[in-house]
Ligand binder design. Structure first.
Ligand SMILES: C[S@@+](CC[C@H](N)C(=O)[O-])C[C@H]1O[C@@H](n2cnc3c(N)ncnc32)[C@H](O)[C@@H]1O
Length: 273
């Protein structure tokens, strides 16, 4: 164990330890130990420019929990498609969903070889439910749906989560194509949750951090404004649920008395009519 750099990671085919990467840097901010020195250096540099990044990462995971609880509870959904899963941490989608609905079926999708190497930790669910992991690229929604269809019934509503991953689709038309295809193929009553990097709160600092990320890390990303995210939900035919697109820690917070300070990770949930 290297105190400074966390656990020594074995070399994994397809992983370049010299290029900071989304799944590993995110894991570092969440307090995990699946990162290389280059990831840590980038993570620290981003944090210098954007001190709220760790709050963003934590707020995003709490958003995931509230959203999945909403899906499995109030929305009555029992089929989950989690695209851009990330490295296993606490309260993974299947754990939250199956706590409320032991019969829930969950399909995880990521294209990162290290996430694939840890997929086993995501597959241990309830005996009544079913969990699958797909090594697939979100830019290929048809392949994702075809493979997910082996576990999920695509004729029934889906709960789709794309948290911290749509910002990696830098082209707006491509974002509409990818999300649009998923929504088009999903049954009415399906829901899509997104969380996304913005510059609504910290402005220039967020843009500078993303610019630096795009110079040295992978995959590239883009900030989108609240308005752009609202337009994205509308463009793919989803009705935004209350409270709309907001700082993800303000989406249906557990206590609404005092709202937490906003962070530059905005989130929203849309429903297919
Ligand atoms: C910032 S992490 C977010 C992880 C998790 N969803 C969360 O909110 O904590 C982004 C994840 O998206 C994955 N990702 C990036 N581009 C992708 C792509 N084209 N297809 C599938 N997954 C992708 C990365 O490997 C990484 O695990």
């Amino acid at each position: 164990m290297d105190e400074q750099y966390g656990r020594e990671l074995p070399s994994i085919p397809g992983v370049d330890p010299g290029v900071p990467n989304s799944a590993r840097v995110w894991d570092y901010w969440l307090g995990g130990d699946e990162f290389y020195p280059a990831d840590k250096a980038m993570a620290d540099e981003v944090e210098r420019l954007l001190p709220d990044i760790v709050d963003q990462a934590r707020a995003d995971r709490l958003f995931l929990r509230r959203v999945v609880e909403f899906f499995a509870g109030e929305a009555g959904l029992d089929q989950f498609l989690d695209i851009g899963t990330g490295l296993p941490t606490s309260n993974n989608t299947h754990e939250v969903a199956q706590r409320l609905r032991p019969e829930a079926r969950v399909v995880y999708v990521d294209n990162d070889p290290l996430v694939l190497a840890h997929a086993r930790a995501l597959l241990a669910g309830t005996p009544q439910g079913e969990i699958a992991y797909l090594d697939a690229d979100m830019h290929d929604p048809d392949r994702i749906l075809e493979l997910a269809g082996k576990t999920l019934d695509l004729d029934r509503p889906l709960a789709i989560t794309m948290l911290g991953v749509v910002w990696h689709i830098v082209d707006d038309d491509e974002a509409v194509r990818v999300l649009g295809r998923l929504v088009e193929r999903a049954a009415p009553g399906s829901h899509l949750a997104i969380s996304h990097q913005t510059d609504e709160v910290t402005g220039r600092r967020a843009r500078d951090a993303v610019e630096m990320w795009n110079r040295d890390a992978s995959p590239k990303g883009v900030c989108r404004s609240k308005r752009q995210l609202e337009d994205l939900f509308a463009a793919v035919g989803l009705e935004l649920l209350e409270p709309g697109v907001v700082s993800c820690n303000r989406w249906r917070p557990e206590t609404a008395d005092v709202l937490p300070a906003p962070v530059d990770q905005f989130g929203g949930v849309g429903r297919k009519p």
